[in-house]
Write a protein that binds this ligand. Structure first.
Ligand SMILES: NC(=O)c1ccc[n+]([C@@H]2O[C@H](COP(=O)([O-])OP(=O)(O)OC[C@H]3O[C@@H](n4cnc5c(N)ncnc54)[C@H](O)[C@@H]3O)[C@@H](O)[C@H]2O)c1
Length: 442
């Protein structure tokens, strides 16, 4: 047992080279470490080994990968155990999601941790960065590593948790500027992890008293966002009932420094906000604002469809174009996207959903049971309804005159030019405004 020696930290294994793992690997590889990235996806591994990134729209990432490749400080492999065996520090960033019943789905990370346990050597530092249900770093994964390797967390290897809090499209910036929350299974693990991030990220560090506190803090951030969006959605629906324009309310209410009402919308999607509240709900927070907010936010797709029915009647046999498969604008991420709920619910109504998304191929879109439609396609003229689901840059100046048969545009993100659409004789509907209020923001 050599735990009180300084751990050598010259080689890092980053397990999971996805949207977050690859930027992390690139930063570590440009800040004094030799990095081996491990991923089960052969294409990802091949592209990293060619000095290329498979992640789009991430400012600064291409350059970091190219430099690390040139300097021979970044390579990738599908052999996780081998990468881990070479490393002194192992950073785990493989997702934990939820299944169709909102139960926590560990299958990806469980495999990754089993591989890590096969390669880990004594005195290594293992840092989990994946958002986790509180308690899991130690009770699930520390234990699993011990069961397989025989090495005890906190005694034979160091164990820390530090959540990733970054936002897609500005990950490199956020990694350098957001404070890094760090918890350790013991003081030595905490200090080793802090030293590692000090050297690699150079950002402010917030050391907390336990692994579980660090895990809890990340889930709490997501619950905070979900609850606040649910509040905005609830108020928006009530504003509609009262004939009040929610956009006007937002700018009036939020002029008070303590009021920060979020923007309402057609739904909440992505890797984080619709998923992580269940990490609390499934561990006992089964009543109160957290589950209620999930319910409200998940009801918004159905609410939007009801709004459409109120305006144009039955949706049976109607052709409906959803703009944006992604859960939000300018990001290629379909996980838990509201577009998927819209597709299902429109089909249940007998409608024919079409999807446009410039970030996805037609093949990708077909996988989600919708018909892809390019904005140059002559069938645009056949659409009865257009729904803005994700506000991609490509939609900012979208010319709706090609939708010659369109009766209604439902602006699920309250971003489109209402006046331009109305001038074409197309009805315009948004979340939080049924035509009340004086102001016309466009
Ligand atoms: N995407 C975001 O905006 C975001 C923001 C903050 C935090 N996070 C955290 O980062 C985690 C990862 O997110 P992401 O966006 O990078 O996910 P991602 O889906 O883009 O990437 C995950 C990667 O893990 C790989 N993988 C799966 N199973 C593996 C295994 N057994 N061994 C090795 N690699 C494996 C996949 O092939 C994939 O390349 C999330 O679960 C979340 O906790 C994500």
């Amino acid at each position: 047992m050599r735990i009180d020696q300084n751990p050598p930290t010259s080689t890092v294994a980053v397990v999971g080279l996805g949207k977050i793992g690859l930027p992390l690997a690139a930063i570590f590889a440009n800040n004094g470490y030799h990095v081996v990235g491990a991923d089960i996806n052969h294409d990802v591994v091949a592209s990293v080994n060619q000095g290329k990134t498979h992640i789009n729209n991430e400012p600064g990432l291409d350059e970091l990968i190219a430099t690390a490749h040139k300097n021979n400080t970044l390579s990738a492999t599908t052999a996780t155990a081998e990468a881990v065996a070479e490393a002194d520090t192992i950073v785990v960033i493989v997702p934990v999601l939820t299944d169709d019943q909102n139960q926590t789905d560990y299958h990806m990370i469980d495999h990754a941790v089993a591989d890590i346990a096969k390669g880990i050597k004594e005195d290594s530092l293992v840092i989990f960065e994946t958002t986790l249900p509180p308690g899991d770093s130690e009770n699930r994964f520390g234990k699993k590593i011990e069961d397989i390797s025989g090495l005890r967390p906190g005694q034979d290897f160091f164990l820390a948790y530090s959540p990733e809090r970054v936002y897609s499209n500005r990950i490199i910036h956020d990694l350098k500027h957001y404070p890094k929350v760090i918890g350790g299974i013991n003081e030595k693990s905490l200090k080793h992890a802090s030293t590692f991030y000090q050297k690699t990220l150079g950002c402010e560090l917030i050391e907390v008293s336990s692994l579980q506190t660090a895990e809890f803090s990340k889930v709490a951030e997501c619950v905070y966002r979900d609850v606040n969006i649910a509040l905005a959605n609830e108020l928006a629906m009530f504003a509609e009932k009262k004939g009040v324009n929610m956009a006007e309310v937002l700018s009036a209410s939020n002029s008070q420094p303590y009021s920060n009402i979020h923007s309402p919308g057609i739904g909440v999607g992505g890797h984080c906000i619709p998923i992580y509240p269940y990490f609390f709900i499934n561990k006992g927070l089964s009543e109160g604002l957290t589950p209620l907010s999930r319910k409200i936010n998940d009801s918004m797709a159905g609410y939007a469809i009801t709004r459409i029915e109120q305006q144009i009647g039955s949706l049976s046999d109607k052709t409906i174009l959803i703009l944006g498969l992604s859960y939000r604008g300018n990001v290629k991420e379909p996980t838990k996207s509201t577009a998927l709920m819209l597709i299902d619910q429109l089909k249940e109504k007998g409608a024919h959903p079409f999807v446009n998304d410039p970030l996805f191929s037609d093949r990708d879109i077909r996988q989600y049971d919708a018909t892809p439609l390019s904005l140059n396609d002559r069938r645009c003229s056949e659409m009865d309804v257009v729904i803005l689901q994700a506000f991609h840059e490509a939609y900012r100046d979208l010319d709706f005159s090609q939708f010659t048969n369109c009766q209604l545009v439902l602006d699920g993100r309250n971003q489109l030019n209402k006046n331009a659409i109305s001038r074409l004789g197309i009805k315009y509907a948004e979340i939080g405004n049924k035509g009340g209020g004086r102001l016309d923001s466009n």
